[in-house]
Design a protein around this ligand. Structure first.
Ligand SMILES: Nc1ncnc2c1ncn2[C@@H]1O[C@H](COP(=O)(O)OP(=O)(O)O)[C@@H](O)[C@H]1O
Ligand SMILES: [Mg+2]
Length: 335
Protein backbone atom coordinates (compact mmCIF):
# COMPACT_ATOMS: atom_id res chain seq x y z
CA UNK A 1 0.00 0.00 0.00
CA UNK A 2 1.61 3.26 -1.05
CA UNK A 3 1.63 5.62 1.87
CA UNK A 4 2.65 9.20 2.15
CA UNK A 5 6.06 9.45 3.79
CA UNK A 6 5.93 11.19 7.15
CA UNK A 7 7.85 14.36 7.73
CA UNK A 8 10.72 13.59 10.00
CA UNK A 9 12.25 16.90 10.98
CA UNK A 10 15.52 15.47 12.16
CA UNK A 11 18.04 18.05 11.02
CA UNK A 12 19.71 19.60 14.01
CA UNK A 13 20.51 23.14 12.99
CA UNK A 14 22.71 24.77 15.59
CA UNK A 15 20.86 27.24 17.74
CA UNK A 16 22.62 30.32 16.43
CA UNK A 17 21.99 29.68 12.79
CA UNK A 18 19.38 31.77 10.99
CA UNK A 19 18.43 28.98 8.64
CA UNK A 20 14.78 27.91 8.81
CA UNK A 21 14.13 25.74 11.84
CA UNK A 22 12.47 22.39 12.15
CA UNK A 23 9.01 22.22 13.64
CA UNK A 24 10.34 20.86 16.90
CA UNK A 25 12.77 23.72 17.31
CA UNK A 26 10.04 26.26 16.74
CA UNK A 27 7.56 24.62 19.07
CA UNK A 28 7.14 26.15 22.52
CA UNK A 29 5.70 23.84 25.14
CA UNK A 30 3.11 26.32 26.35
CA UNK A 31 0.82 25.42 29.28
CA UNK A 32 -2.07 25.32 26.80
CA UNK A 33 -0.25 22.79 24.65
CA UNK A 34 0.80 20.66 27.61
CA UNK A 35 -2.76 20.60 29.02
CA UNK A 36 -4.23 19.67 25.66
CA UNK A 37 -1.72 16.88 25.17
CA UNK A 38 -2.49 15.44 28.62
CA UNK A 39 -6.18 15.23 27.73
CA UNK A 40 -5.44 13.81 24.30
CA UNK A 41 -3.22 11.06 25.68
CA UNK A 42 -5.93 10.14 28.21
CA UNK A 43 -8.62 9.81 25.58
CA UNK A 44 -6.60 8.29 22.76
CA UNK A 45 -4.93 5.70 24.97
CA UNK A 46 -8.14 4.68 26.70
CA UNK A 47 -9.70 4.29 23.25
CA UNK A 48 -6.88 1.95 22.26
CA UNK A 49 -7.87 -0.28 25.19
CA UNK A 50 -11.45 -0.37 24.06
CA UNK A 51 -11.02 -2.87 21.24
CA UNK A 52 -13.89 -2.92 18.75
CA UNK A 53 -16.32 -0.60 20.54
CA UNK A 54 -17.24 2.70 18.94
CA UNK A 55 -14.64 5.15 20.09
CA UNK A 56 -15.02 8.50 21.74
CA UNK A 57 -14.25 11.41 19.48
CA UNK A 58 -12.48 14.66 20.38
CA UNK A 59 -13.22 18.18 19.20
CA UNK A 60 -10.64 20.89 19.79
CA UNK A 61 -12.81 23.96 19.55
CA UNK A 62 -11.26 27.42 19.90
CA UNK A 63 -10.73 30.74 18.16
CA UNK A 64 -8.19 31.04 15.34
CA UNK A 65 -4.56 31.68 16.20
CA UNK A 66 -4.58 29.96 19.59
CA UNK A 67 -2.43 27.08 18.46
CA UNK A 68 -4.92 24.30 17.66
CA UNK A 69 -3.25 23.12 14.48
CA UNK A 70 0.23 23.38 15.97
CA UNK A 71 -0.69 21.43 19.11
CA UNK A 72 -2.66 18.77 17.27
CA UNK A 73 0.19 18.22 14.81
CA UNK A 74 2.71 17.97 17.65
CA UNK A 75 0.51 15.38 19.32
CA UNK A 76 0.02 13.48 16.07
CA UNK A 77 3.77 13.39 15.55
CA UNK A 78 4.44 12.11 19.06
CA UNK A 79 1.72 9.49 18.72
CA UNK A 80 3.00 8.36 15.31
CA UNK A 81 6.52 7.93 16.63
CA UNK A 82 5.43 6.04 19.73
CA UNK A 83 3.30 3.63 17.71
CA UNK A 84 6.05 2.98 15.18
CA UNK A 85 8.61 2.46 17.95
CA UNK A 86 6.33 0.02 19.77
CA UNK A 87 4.71 -1.82 16.88
CA UNK A 88 7.21 -1.55 14.06
CA UNK A 89 7.13 0.10 10.67
CA UNK A 90 5.01 -2.61 9.06
CA UNK A 91 1.78 -4.32 10.05
CA UNK A 92 1.51 -8.09 10.48
CA UNK A 93 0.16 -8.19 6.91
CA UNK A 94 3.23 -6.43 5.62
CA UNK A 95 1.62 -3.05 4.92
CA UNK A 96 3.27 0.17 5.90
CA UNK A 97 2.00 1.23 9.32
CA UNK A 98 0.49 4.72 9.39
CA UNK A 99 -0.72 5.43 12.93
CA UNK A 100 -2.10 8.88 12.06
CA UNK A 101 -4.06 10.08 9.05
CA UNK A 102 -4.31 13.86 8.98
CA UNK A 103 -6.50 15.86 6.65
CA UNK A 104 -6.81 19.65 6.52
CA UNK A 105 -10.12 20.81 5.09
CA UNK A 106 -10.47 23.77 2.78
CA UNK A 107 -13.34 26.12 1.96
CA UNK A 108 -16.73 24.45 1.65
CA UNK A 109 -15.66 20.83 1.71
CA UNK A 110 -18.45 18.33 1.11
CA UNK A 111 -18.59 14.72 2.26
CA UNK A 112 -17.17 13.50 -1.05
CA UNK A 113 -14.28 15.95 -0.84
CA UNK A 114 -13.57 14.77 2.68
CA UNK A 115 -13.38 11.14 1.55
CA UNK A 116 -11.22 12.16 -1.37
CA UNK A 117 -8.89 14.10 0.90
CA UNK A 118 -8.37 11.00 3.04
CA UNK A 119 -7.49 9.01 -0.09
CA UNK A 120 -5.19 11.81 -1.14
CA UNK A 121 -3.33 11.40 2.14
CA UNK A 122 -2.70 7.76 1.31
CA UNK A 123 -1.85 8.53 -2.32
CA UNK A 124 -4.60 6.12 -3.38
CA UNK A 125 -4.83 5.73 -7.19
CA UNK A 126 -8.64 5.63 -7.01
CA UNK A 127 -9.02 9.02 -5.41
CA UNK A 128 -10.43 10.78 -8.45
CA UNK A 129 -13.27 8.46 -9.44
CA UNK A 130 -16.32 7.05 -7.74
CA UNK A 131 -19.29 7.99 -5.61
CA UNK A 132 -19.08 9.37 -2.10
CA UNK A 133 -19.74 5.89 -0.71
CA UNK A 134 -17.12 4.25 -2.91
CA UNK A 135 -14.49 6.81 -1.98
CA UNK A 136 -15.46 6.28 1.66
CA UNK A 137 -15.01 2.52 1.36
CA UNK A 138 -11.58 2.96 -0.18
CA UNK A 139 -10.60 5.29 2.61
CA UNK A 140 -11.79 2.71 5.13
CA UNK A 141 -9.74 0.06 3.35
CA UNK A 142 -6.60 2.24 3.64
CA UNK A 143 -7.30 2.94 7.30
CA UNK A 144 -7.67 -0.77 8.05
CA UNK A 145 -4.67 -1.87 5.98
CA UNK A 146 -2.33 0.73 7.44
CA UNK A 147 -3.75 0.26 10.94
CA UNK A 148 -4.50 3.94 11.40
CA UNK A 149 -5.37 4.70 15.02
CA UNK A 150 -5.90 8.44 14.94
CA UNK A 151 -7.78 10.40 12.30
CA UNK A 152 -7.15 14.12 12.61
CA UNK A 153 -9.50 16.44 10.70
CA UNK A 154 -8.29 20.01 10.88
CA UNK A 155 -10.40 23.12 10.20
CA UNK A 156 -13.62 21.18 10.43
CA UNK A 157 -15.61 24.42 10.26
CA UNK A 158 -14.94 24.34 6.51
CA UNK A 159 -17.32 21.41 6.10
CA UNK A 160 -20.62 22.29 4.45
CA UNK A 161 -22.98 22.36 7.42
CA UNK A 162 -25.64 24.76 6.32
CA UNK A 163 -27.75 23.18 3.65
CA UNK A 164 -28.89 20.14 5.55
CA UNK A 165 -28.78 21.57 9.00
CA UNK A 166 -25.61 19.68 9.71
CA UNK A 167 -27.32 16.30 9.77
CA UNK A 168 -25.49 15.00 6.73
CA UNK A 169 -22.19 16.02 8.27
CA UNK A 170 -23.11 14.54 11.60
CA UNK A 171 -24.14 11.27 10.00
CA UNK A 172 -20.91 11.08 8.08
CA UNK A 173 -18.83 11.71 11.18
CA UNK A 174 -20.87 9.09 12.99
CA UNK A 175 -20.22 6.61 10.20
CA UNK A 176 -16.50 7.29 10.52
CA UNK A 177 -16.66 6.97 14.30
CA UNK A 178 -18.55 3.67 14.07
CA UNK A 179 -16.78 1.98 11.18
CA UNK A 180 -13.24 3.26 11.42
CA UNK A 181 -11.28 1.80 14.33
CA UNK A 182 -9.80 5.21 15.04
CA UNK A 183 -10.03 8.05 17.48
CA UNK A 184 -11.52 10.93 15.56
CA UNK A 185 -9.71 14.15 16.45
CA UNK A 186 -11.43 17.21 15.02
CA UNK A 187 -10.20 20.76 15.28
CA UNK A 188 -11.99 23.91 14.24
CA UNK A 189 -13.55 27.23 15.10
CA UNK A 190 -17.04 27.52 16.58
CA UNK A 191 -17.85 23.81 16.35
CA UNK A 192 -20.28 24.09 19.25
CA UNK A 193 -22.21 26.79 17.36
CA UNK A 194 -22.48 24.53 14.38
CA UNK A 195 -24.39 22.07 16.52
CA UNK A 196 -21.73 19.39 16.76
CA UNK A 197 -22.59 18.81 20.41
CA UNK A 198 -26.21 19.85 20.58
CA UNK A 199 -28.50 17.71 22.65
CA UNK A 200 -32.04 18.06 21.38
CA UNK A 201 -34.36 20.91 20.63
CA UNK A 202 -34.90 21.38 16.92
CA UNK A 203 -35.71 18.65 14.45
CA UNK A 204 -33.19 16.01 13.61
CA UNK A 205 -31.33 16.54 16.81
CA UNK A 206 -31.46 12.93 17.88
CA UNK A 207 -28.69 12.33 15.35
CA UNK A 208 -26.71 15.26 16.60
CA UNK A 209 -27.24 14.29 20.20
CA UNK A 210 -25.49 10.99 19.60
CA UNK A 211 -22.46 12.74 18.15
CA UNK A 212 -22.53 15.07 21.13
CA UNK A 213 -22.59 12.24 23.60
CA UNK A 214 -19.55 10.59 22.12
CA UNK A 215 -17.50 13.73 21.58
CA UNK A 216 -15.32 15.34 24.19
CA UNK A 217 -14.83 19.02 23.69
CA UNK A 218 -11.43 20.50 24.49
CA UNK A 219 -10.68 24.19 24.31
CA UNK A 220 -7.53 26.29 24.08
CA UNK A 221 -7.27 29.53 25.98
CA UNK A 222 -5.31 32.66 25.20
CA UNK A 223 -2.70 33.92 27.65
CA UNK A 224 -4.18 36.23 30.25
CA UNK A 225 -2.68 38.47 32.93
CA UNK A 226 -5.36 38.30 35.58
CA UNK A 227 -3.63 36.23 38.22
CA UNK A 228 -0.03 35.84 39.31
CA UNK A 229 0.00 32.35 37.79
CA UNK A 230 -1.23 33.74 34.45
CA UNK A 231 1.47 36.39 34.48
CA UNK A 232 4.13 33.82 35.22
CA UNK A 233 2.96 31.74 32.26
CA UNK A 234 3.18 34.79 30.02
CA UNK A 235 6.70 35.49 31.23
CA UNK A 236 7.76 31.91 30.61
CA UNK A 237 6.41 32.13 27.08
CA UNK A 238 8.42 35.31 26.46
CA UNK A 239 11.51 33.75 28.00
CA UNK A 240 11.18 30.77 25.65
CA UNK A 241 10.87 33.09 22.69
CA UNK A 242 13.79 35.21 23.85
CA UNK A 243 15.99 32.12 23.82
CA UNK A 244 14.93 31.29 20.29
CA UNK A 245 15.43 34.75 18.80
CA UNK A 246 18.68 34.96 16.84
CA UNK A 247 19.80 38.61 16.81
CA UNK A 248 23.35 39.83 17.38
CA UNK A 249 22.41 42.51 19.94
CA UNK A 250 19.68 40.77 21.87
CA UNK A 251 20.00 40.99 25.63
CA UNK A 252 18.60 39.19 28.64
CA UNK A 253 15.18 40.57 29.43
CA UNK A 254 14.70 42.04 25.97
CA UNK A 255 11.22 40.54 25.80
CA UNK A 256 10.53 39.48 29.40
CA UNK A 257 11.36 42.80 31.08
CA UNK A 258 11.37 45.52 28.45
CA UNK A 259 8.51 44.45 26.21
CA UNK A 260 6.21 42.31 28.36
CA UNK A 261 3.28 44.76 28.60
CA UNK A 262 3.77 45.99 25.08
CA UNK A 263 3.72 42.51 23.56
CA UNK A 264 0.70 41.53 25.59
CA UNK A 265 -1.22 44.58 24.42
CA UNK A 266 -0.34 43.97 20.82
CA UNK A 267 -1.09 40.24 20.77
CA UNK A 268 -3.86 40.26 23.40
CA UNK A 269 -2.38 37.00 24.58
CA UNK A 270 -2.95 35.16 21.30
CA UNK A 271 0.06 33.05 20.48
CA UNK A 272 -0.49 33.32 16.73
CA UNK A 273 -0.40 37.12 16.81
CA UNK A 274 2.59 37.11 19.16
CA UNK A 275 4.58 34.82 16.87
CA UNK A 276 3.71 36.90 13.81
CA UNK A 277 4.81 40.08 15.54
CA UNK A 278 8.11 38.65 16.82
CA UNK A 279 8.83 37.01 13.51
CA UNK A 280 8.22 40.18 11.49
CA UNK A 281 10.08 42.25 14.09
CA UNK A 282 13.13 40.01 13.78
CA UNK A 283 13.07 40.26 9.98
CA UNK A 284 13.04 44.03 10.30
CA UNK A 285 15.77 44.07 12.96
CA UNK A 286 18.01 42.08 10.66
CA UNK A 287 17.22 44.13 7.59
CA UNK A 288 17.74 47.45 9.32
CA UNK A 289 20.86 46.27 11.13
CA UNK A 290 19.42 47.09 14.58
CA UNK A 291 19.75 43.45 15.59
CA UNK A 292 17.56 43.83 18.65
CA UNK A 293 13.84 44.16 19.36
CA UNK A 294 12.55 47.39 20.84
CA UNK A 295 9.21 49.13 21.11
CA UNK A 296 10.26 51.65 18.47
CA UNK A 297 11.05 48.95 15.98
CA UNK A 298 7.95 46.88 16.72
CA UNK A 299 5.73 49.96 16.42
CA UNK A 300 6.51 49.93 12.72
CA UNK A 301 5.51 46.30 12.32
CA UNK A 302 1.93 45.49 11.34
CA UNK A 303 -0.02 42.77 13.08
CA UNK A 304 -3.29 41.07 12.32
CA UNK A 305 -6.48 43.11 12.35
CA UNK A 306 -8.12 41.49 15.40
CA UNK A 307 -5.11 42.20 17.61
CA UNK A 308 -4.81 45.78 16.42
CA UNK A 309 -8.43 46.44 17.34
CA UNK A 310 -8.17 45.03 20.85
CA UNK A 311 -4.84 46.70 21.39
CA UNK A 312 -5.84 50.30 22.13
CA UNK A 313 -8.04 49.51 25.09
CA UNK A 314 -5.46 47.24 26.64
CA UNK A 315 -2.62 49.69 26.10
CA UNK A 316 -4.58 52.40 27.88
CA UNK A 317 -5.12 50.20 30.92
CA UNK A 318 -1.51 49.06 30.97
CA UNK A 319 -0.25 52.61 30.75
CA UNK A 320 -2.35 53.73 33.68
CA UNK A 321 -0.91 50.75 35.58
CA UNK A 322 -4.37 49.40 36.17
CA UNK A 323 -3.05 46.24 34.58
CA UNK A 324 0.34 44.62 34.31
CA UNK A 325 1.57 41.56 32.49
CA UNK A 326 4.55 41.02 34.78
CA UNK A 327 4.65 38.74 37.81
CA UNK A 328 5.21 40.43 41.16
CA UNK A 329 8.63 38.95 41.82
CA UNK A 330 10.08 40.35 38.61
CA UNK A 331 8.44 43.74 39.16
CA UNK A 332 10.15 44.08 42.50
CA UNK A 333 13.49 43.11 41.05
CA UNK A 334 13.45 45.77 38.36
CA UNK A 335 11.87 48.47 40.55
N1 LIG B 1 3.23 25.96 20.97
C1 LIG B 1 3.62 26.78 20.00
N2 LIG B 1 4.93 27.05 19.83
C2 LIG B 1 5.33 27.89 18.84
N3 LIG B 1 4.51 28.51 17.99
C3 LIG B 1 3.20 28.29 18.12
C4 LIG B 1 2.67 27.42 19.13
N4 LIG B 1 1.34 27.40 19.01
C5 LIG B 1 1.04 28.22 17.99
N5 LIG B 1 2.15 28.76 17.44
C6 LIG B 1 2.21 29.70 16.31
O1 LIG B 1 1.00 30.43 16.27
C7 LIG B 1 0.45 30.45 14.96
C8 LIG B 1 -1.00 30.06 14.99
O2 LIG B 1 -1.12 28.74 15.44
P1 LIG B 1 -2.12 27.68 14.79
O3 LIG B 1 -1.77 26.35 15.36
O4 LIG B 1 -2.13 27.78 13.31
O5 LIG B 1 -3.50 28.18 15.39
P2 LIG B 1 -4.97 27.72 15.05
O6 LIG B 1 -4.91 26.41 14.34
O7 LIG B 1 -5.64 27.63 16.39
O8 LIG B 1 -5.55 28.82 14.21
C9 LIG B 1 1.27 29.51 14.12
O9 LIG B 1 1.87 30.23 13.10
C10 LIG B 1 2.33 28.94 15.02
O10 LIG B 1 3.57 29.17 14.47
MG1 LIG C 1 -5.59 25.86 12.44
Amino acid sequence: MPCRPEDHPTESADSNSRSPRSIEQRLVRTPQLVELHEDLWDIVDSNLQDGDKAKGAIAVDAFPGLGKTTSVLAFARAFHRREIAEQGEFTAQGNERVPVCRVGLTGNTGMKDLNRAMLEFFGHPGRNRGTTAQLGQRALDCVLSCEVRLLALDDLHFLKWRRTNGIEVSNHLKWIANEFPVTLLMAGVGLADKGLFSEGGTKGDAVMAQTGRRTTRLGMRPFTIETEKNRREWRQMLRALEKRVVLADKHDGMLTDDLSDYLFARSTGHIGSLMTLINRGCQRAVRSGEETLSQDLLDGVKNDEASEKARQELEAALEKRRLTSRPQTTRRKSA
